[in-house]
Design a protein around this ligand. Structure first.
Ligand SMILES: *Cc1c(COP(=O)(O)O)cnc(C)c1O
Length: 378
């Protein structure tokens, strides 16, 4: 059996251990230290934002953002439906109610049309959401101009979940820097990883400074241990941040590798009627974290599930597109706004989509094996 080909796995650049060694040499094992400060500054500079705070996970960063926006029990928060559960779990941590917004076809991300309807109805009902969480799926930025315009019109703050889109751009501006807050993830399968971790970013330095306070148990300025508000233990360790500093040095290289993988799939499947690769909206640049395509059921008889099983038999990892959150048992009964009455885009993408192996360490020969198998299966 050939070596397993993975969807996306850690890919070290080589300098990570230098930063970790330095932390060991100076006994900056914990709690914070120069790697945390360095990683925060270097990431903020890379995406072009004022301030960043390193966290123990991307989920934790979303939780902090919602807390900083004063989300409380009974509030509502809008969220993209086509995403990983981590985008919405923190809404539940705070006792708030998620309202899910459908995707639109050109980005697979939040539909401005559905968002407009949801905001209009919320305003009419006298309860606007405390925040809108906009996800940038598989590296592709959402239609940020339209979304920001709507949210600004209703004065609702935006949290950009850029966990999957670090390094991507929208009209030249880095993904994750459009809303009041942006978040990134350095989980093991993301485009760069720290083994686990996240980052909260904002142009508002005061809010980021407040997030550091909340993330370290919200300890008041006093000699003794005094606390006036609920805090968390969400800071990134100095060892982990060392990995992040090394990884940031190779981020652009990883993006180039991921994009090359996507281009090879796109070229190989170009002539196959019924395969559509994930689009890239004009004036955006996707990091192509995962190469994703849809199989048109009217033209191709094999289902995504059957194809995933066939690839698995050949020791190749692939997976379906995220199951929309409004379809999850956990969120039964939550409100959902479709793109159009007769077109639920996220459900269509879930039923027909497949994420292909996109590991940046994958060789051209390995990718050719994947391509040949797919062509044969079809
Ligand atoms: C990975 C991911 C997260 C969560 O990040 P963690 O660091 O694993 O907590 C959030 N949102 C999306 C869309 C993700 O893909």
């Amino acid at each position: 059996m050939s070596k397993r080909i993975l969807l996306s796995s850690p890919h070290m650049g080589g300098t990570e251990q230098k930063y970790i060694q330095e932390a060991f040499d100076k006994n900056w094992i914990a709690p914070l230290g120069v790697n945390v400060d360095g990683f925060e500054q270097e990431l903020a500079a890379y995406v072009g934002i004022n301030a960043a705070s390193a966290t123990s996970s991307g989920t934790g960063a979303i939780h902090l953002a919602l807390d900083l926006l004063n989300v409380k029990v009974g509030d509502t928060v809008f969220c993209s439906t086509l995403t990983f559960i981590a985008s919405a779990n923190p809404i539940l941590y705070l006792g708030a109610k998620p309202v899910f917004i459908d995707s639109e076809p050109t980005t697979w991300n939040m539909s401005p049309q559905a968002l407009a309807k949801a905001l209009e109805e919320a305003a009419a009902g006298g309860q606007l959401p405390k925040a809108v969480i906009v996800v940038n799926l598989y590296g592709q930025s959402a239609r940020m101009d339209e979304i920001m315009e709507l949210c600004n019109q209703y004065e609702v703050p935006v949290i950009e979940d850029a966990a999957e889109s670090l390094g991507s751009t929208y009209k030249g501006q880095k993904s994750g820097t459009f809303g009041q807050f942006g978040i990134y993830s350095f989980n093991g399968n993301k485009i760069i990883t720290t083994s686990g971790g996240g980052m909260l970013v904002s142009d508002n330095e005061k809010l980021i400074s407040r997030s550091r306070f909340l993330a370290t148990q919200a300890r008041d300025a006093a000699k003794h241990y005094q606390h006036s508000v609920v805090g968390y233990n969400y800071r990134m360790s100095n060892i982990v941040a060392g990995i992040g500093r090394g990884q940031l040095e190779v981020l652009d290289e990883r993006i180039a590798q991921k994009r090359a993988i996507f281009e090879r799939y796109a070229a190989a499947f170009k002539e196959i009627d019924g395969i559509d690769m994930m689009p890239e909206l004009e004036e955006t640049f996707s990091n192509r974290w995962l190469s994703t395509m849809i199989l048109n059921p009217e033209k191709i008889s094999i289902t995504p599930y059957a194809l995933i099983d066939q690839l698995d038999e050949e020791n190749i990892e692939s997976r379906p597109v995220w199951k929309p959150l409004h379809m999850q048992p956990l969120f039964e009964g939550c409100r959902f706004y479709p793109h159009a009455a007769d077109d639920i885009v996220s459900e269509r993408l879930f039923a027909t989509g497949i994420c292909l192996p996109s590991d940046s360490k994958m060789t051209v020969e390995e990718q050719q094996r994947v391509i040949d198998l797919i062509v044969r299966a079809l």
